[in-house]
Write a protein that binds this ligand. Structure first.
Ligand SMILES: Cc1cc2nc3c(=O)[nH]c(=O)nc-3n(C[C@H](O)[C@H](O)[C@H](O)COP(=O)(O)OP(=O)(O)OC[C@H]3O[C@@H](n4cnc5c(N)ncnc54)[C@H](O)[C@@H]3O)c2cc1C
Length: 307
């Protein structure tokens, strides 16, 4: 990895070349990006996006990489990460302000410490606030859409302030496009009883420990749940629990998780996803749709390419 000495790059743009993206994901798989940019304020995000646009390079914003599979061939564009002030969290009387790169579990903890209720569902969702907005992350019958008050979205042309209705949030979906970056978000929360909030958090975390793989490399749910059913149940019924391709396997604990080993390649993961989908279809089940996002070397962030 080398720091860029690109004379055309604005001086405040922090760029490195050829850095592996695997360490920036929870499954820790995938190749290097031609460019990795880090930005600590919205103005720098806009500058990075503009720099990429001027060179006709695709952009991929990476949060905690907790729902992301990077191609083994890496990325021929600009991967963008949010740092510094964009990871800040500030609790207010009736809500919170968070940078787009802030940790969601940390925001949940901060809300709890201030007796603010509404964000508890995010206790075990290991992403950033920006990633949670982009994915409309949710759990335990709660979701981002229910608490989002406003968001700042940056693009190469500048920033705009949006409300939840502008983002068309639905189950694990927003209308944000790859070159649009959530640099801050505000949550509208209620005032609650600190002990009750702490008890809810303990219950949610305990449920995770009992039902999902722990201490292994995953990217969370592989497929979204089809209406009225669960992807985990369908995959388990189709014999996918503990099914292995290369150095990746469907978790023996919960079939809608893929666990990676030290030698796992993205191609193993994609082959396993294709096999899981095929087995469920062969048993007369629905066509499972990926929840995880895929970083394609040339196209940027897309749905994983499954046959
Ligand atoms: C163990 C485990 C458990 C999980 N449990 C849940 C769960 O219960 N519920 C759930 O919904 N998810 C769950 N996930 C998945 C994941 O944590 C969420 O989807 C999370 O919201 C992703 O955030 P991230 O910052 O990691 O985004 P990334 O994985 O880095 O990126 C995901 C997508 O969001 C986009 N994105 C990231 N940051 C921004 C930004 N600032 N602006 C615009 N777009 C952005 C990326 O470009 C990409 O398209 C789990 C994951 C793991 C590993």
């Amino acid at each position: 990895m080398v720091k860029a000495t690109v004379s055309s790059a604005p001086p405040h743009l922090d760029l490195s070349e050829g850095e592996s993206l695997a360490p920036f994901t929870t499954i820790r798989v995938g190749g290097p990006a031609d460019w990795l940019a880090t930005a600590a304020c919205t103005r720098h995000v806009v500058a990075a996006l503009r720099w990429a646009e001027e060179r006709d390079l695709p952009v991929a914003v990476i949060g905690k990489g907790s729902n992301l599979l990077i191609s083994d061939d890496g990325f021929r564009g600009v991967a963008l990460r949010l740092t510094g002030a964009l990871t800040a969290i500030s609790a207010r009387e009736r809500g919170m302000w968070c940078g787009g790169g802030a940790s969601l579990p940390r925001a949940v903890q901060r809300a709890a410490a201030h007796g603010l209720t509404g964000l508890e569902f995010g206790a075990s969702i290991p992403g950033t606030v920006g990633g949670a907005v982009a994915m409309n992350a949710g759990a335990h019958r709660g979701e981002l859409a229910a608490v989002l008050d406003w968001a700042v979205v940056a693009g190469p042309g500048g920033r705009r302030l949006v409300g939840p209705a502008d983002l068309d949030l639905s189950y694990r979906h927003s209308n944000l496009r790859p070159g649009e970056v959530v640099t801050a978000a505000g949550f509208a929360l209620g005032s609650g009883d600190a002990e009750a909030i702490a008890a809810t958090l303990a219950e949610f975390r305990g449920h995770r420990r009992a039902t999902q793989p722990q201490g292994v490399r995953t990217f969370g749910s592989v497929f979204t749940n089809p209406p009225g059913d669960s992807a985990g149940r369908l995959l388990e019924h189709a014999g996918c629990k503990d099914l292995r391709i290369g150095d990746a396997r469907f978790s023996p604990v919960h079939a809608n998780f893929i666990e990676a080993g030290p030698e796992t390649r993205a191609t193993d993961v994609l082959a396993l996803m294709a096999e899981g989908r095929r087995r469920v279809l062969d048993r007369g089940g629905p066509r499972l749709e990926p929840e995880v996002r895929f970083l394609d070397p040339d196209r940027g962030i897309v749905s994983p390419p499954l046959p």
